[in-house]
Write a protein that binds this ligand. Structure first.
Ligand SMILES: Nc1nc2c(ncn2[C@@H]2O[C@H](COP(=O)(O)OP(=O)(O)OP(=O)(O)O)[C@@H](O)[C@H]2O)c(=O)[nH]1
Ligand SMILES: [Mg+2]
Length: 302
């Protein structure tokens, strides 16, 4: 059997379960997951092996109607992820069905999907009855010419092997793109910052997660095998700083502990994590912040 390798972009509305699916396919937590929308901000690659096929999954930010500069950069990154891929998998939430957002994505696919294999994955099937699924699948297949339809639960793993097996045969013949044992294509500094952002997002309310970003400032390897990692949390208001710190610093302490534990597990060694909160009213309009996130910064009015 000859080798195959290619890119599979996972696209869909925010919260559809794209990152959950990527992590399951890869078998490790490469992309952060929260119950909130707009968690993923940039394209994140995770590598899965299936027989002689190397499938490079590209997790993308959710597709939605962008309002701010950051939204626009995220949505642009998602569409270009689809445009660069060999195969596109559209994730739809079974219990939400064809929303306005889904309709807009289908309109976009009419263009981006041209000359490209596009599959449909109806996710979160654990939340609905079989009849609902069949009707939804029929409805969606009438709206777009999907190459194949899968019913999955990214969280529980149902239907995921069938999807992976099918994708393995769809990626083009050719040499592998990454070493066999590589699972992600993201600098460790970025993964570490994302872990902290996930823990913060899970604890903070309302708009704050969208107005906050995390960057790894320093990474020092210590002689005893541990690592010292320094990170900055950017917020836009003084009041936000107080919220992130929490009463007597208890929020940031809890976040730091949770992020450190996950990092230690990921790295398989001890980590000393130091977090600092900085008020930066304009970080959402700073090119450097976008570069750190792996997003394109477009000049002009925000
Ligand atoms: N019930 C159920 N929940 C799921 C399933 N897959 C994902 N979820 C949940 O859906 C929420 C969103 O999952 P994510 O993987 O972060 O979704 P996403 O599409 O990456 O979201 P964005 O990054 O914001 O675009 C999380 O709370 C997941 O646990 C599933 O199969 N069933
Ligand atoms: Mg995501």
């Amino acid at each position: 059997m000859s080798k195959r390798a290619g890119f599979v972009a996972l696209i869909g509305e925010p919260n559809a379960g794209k990152s959950t699916l990527l992590n399951r396919m890869v078998g490790a937590k490469v992309s952060i997951v929260t119950h909130k929308v707009q968690t993923t901000r940039a394209r994140i690659r995770g590598v899965a092996m299936e027989g002689e096929s190397q499938i490079v999954f590209v997790d993308t930010p959710g597709l939605f109607e962008p309002r701010r500069r950051l939204d626009r950069a995220m949505v642009a990154a998602a569409w270009s992820g689809a445009a660069d891929a060999d195969v596109v998998v559209l994730l739809i939430e079974a219990h939400r069905g064809v929303t306005e957002g889904v309709e807009r994505i289908l309109e976009g696919l009419a263009d981006v999907g041209q000359g490209r294999v596009v599959a449909l994955a109806i996710n979160k099937i654990d939340r609905v009855q079989a009849e609902v699924l069949l009707a939804l699948s029929k409805n969606l297949n009438e709206r777009y010419d999907f190459a194949e339809t899968f019913m999955i639960s990214a969280e529980r793993g149902h239907g995921v092997d069938a999807l992976r097996g099918w994708l393995a045969g769809m990626v083009p013949e050719g040499p592998w793109l990454y070493p066999e044992d590589q699972i992600a294509d993201l600098p460790m500094r970025t993964i570490a910052a994302e872990m902290t952002r996930e823990k913060l997002t899970l604890r903070l309310h309302q708009e704050l997660p969208y107005q906050m970003t995390v960057e790894t400032e320093g990474w020092e390897e210590r002689k005893d095998g541990s690592a010292r990692i320094d990170q900055l949390i950017y917020v836009i208001r003084d009041g936000h700083k107080g919220i992130v710190l929490g009463h007597k610093g208890e929020t940031i302490k809890a976040v730091s502990k949770a992020a450190r534990e996950e990092l230690e597990e990921f790295l398989g060694r001890r980590v000393h994590l130091f977090l600092q909160v900085k008020v930066r009213p304009n970080w959402l309009d700073e090119a450097e912040r976008y570069a750190q996130m792996g997003l394109e910064f477009k000049d002009g009015n925000a």
